[in-house]
Design a protein around this ligand. Structure first.
Ligand code: NAD
Ligand code: GLY
Length: 361
């Protein structure tokens, strides 16, 4: 087992990464304060892993809420069913919520924990590659609004993250690829040598080869922990973790939540940001082509949805959380392995990229 630490003073916590961690109940018990535990999962993950997690808490008062599966259910209405159960079962302030599932379950459980009785403990047990490398770490929690992705939420850190890599064996290939998009992101924004490693090893990740996958999860978590430790609430550098997300969130919102996977939308969004960085003179044509090929080899899309217009992108990008005082901020690259957050980007390059990527009139 590898342990990566997220250093945030009193809110610090470990990320445990390894195989068969569900068999080690002590890992979870060490982060549970009292008798009550509510496991939040969904209808796909419950039949696979719920029983094992319930057993980890044997002897405590354990119950579960099984949510419908999908990004389309990441809503205030579905979130409310978690509060209903907490109240019906009289959970008090020492209860622990356990998120068992991908990023949707993790984000919703985290927000329920942040807001129930003004804050109770929670533990992240991510079961998708995307959630193991990204969403379970760093404390962003929340739900979608029909007008914008992740628009309602809170920063709220878990007590620990337990990433059992064995869960990836049941993960559909398309979801594995979506997770690789966020792994590639770390190489692009802060870790050029990891990008080179990915260029050499992406097929091993696609085949879910044990050693390569564990290494990629560990390295991704180390990179994310380093950025989050510098800027927990995204007043500065943390925004680089959103490379491609401003374009990507526009795609997810326009296509209807769940039709494009988050990782797929981020993959195309990253390419658009890389292309823009190239147009602005920071990257070469061969850098752009290298990124494009890596994303393609990872089984991810390299074109934006056929039905989107540049105007639609611009409108939806204006609802992004990085917009300050009406000014759009974009994450761009200065080189592979170094990102910057920019408000004074070249608008002409933005329009050129949108023209290039949008075939719809
Ligand atoms: P997801 O939670 O929808 O999971 C993907 C699919 O895989 C679902 O159908 C799920 O039921 C299924 N699944 C989960 N684990 C499985 C397993 N082991 N075996 C078989 N099937 C399994 O999607 P995701 O990609 O994990 O997360 C995407 C979400 O995360 C988005 O809502 C995105 O906004 C959010 N996100 C949040 C952050 C953050 O910092 N909080 C970062 C990135 C993404
Ligand atoms: N996924 C972006 C962040 O955690 O900041």
């Amino acid at each position: 087992m590898q342990t990566v630490h997220v250093e945030l003073g009193v809110r610090s916590y470990p990320i445990y990464i390894g195989e068969k961690l569900f068999a080690n109940s002590q890992l979870l018990r060490a982060h549970t304060r009292a008798q009550q535990v509510l496991i939040v999962t969904n209808e796909t993950v419950a039949p696979l892993y719920l029983q094992q997690i319930r057993e980890c808490f044997a002897g405590l008062s354990v119950s579960q809420v099984v949510l419908p599966d999908g990004e389309a259910y990441k809503t205030l209405a579905v979130l409310s069913t978690i509060y209903d159960q907490l109240l019906q079962e009289k959970h008090n302030r020492t209860t622990t919520l356990v998120a068992l599932g991908g990023g949707v379950v993790g984000d919703m459980t985290g927000f329920a924990a942040a807001s129930y009785q003004r804050g109770v403990d929670f533990i992240q047990i991510p079961t998708t590659l995307l959630s193991q490398v990204d969403s379970s770490v760093g404390g962003k929690t929340g739900v979608n609004h029909p007008l914008g992705k992740n628009m309602i939420g809170a920063f709220y850190q878990p007590k620990c993250v337990l990433a059992d890599t064995g869960t990836l064996e049941t993960l559909p290939k398309r979801e594995l690829s979506a997770g690789i998009a966020e792994v590639i992101k770390y190489g692009l924004i802060v870790d050029g040598s990891f990008f080179n490693w990915l260029d050499d090893n992406v097929e091993k990740l696609l085949a879910n080869e044990r050693e390569a996958t564990s290494y990629a999860i560990q390295r991704s978590c180390e990179n994310k922990a380093m950025v989050v430790a510098q800027d927990e609430r995204e007043s500065g550098v943390r925004a680089i973790l959103n490379l491609g997300h401003t374009f990507g969130h526009a795609i997810e919102t326009a296509q209807g939540y769940g039709n494009w996977l988050h990782g797929e939308a981020v993959a195309v969004g990253m390419l658009m940001a890389v292309r823009m960085s190239q147009m602005m003179g920071h990257l070469t044509q061969s850098d752009y082509e290298r990124v494009c090929q890596l994303i393609h080899r990872a089984g991810l899309p390299v074109d934006s949805p056929k039905n989107m217009t540049g105007e639609q992108f611009i409108n939806l990008m204006g609802v992004d959380k990085k917009v300050i005082d009406g000014k759009l901020r974009l994450v761009l690259l200065e080189r592979i392995g170094q990102a910057v957050v920019s408000t004074d980007f070249d608008t002409e390059s933005l329009h050129q990229v949108l023209n290039e990527y949008c075939s719809a009139a």
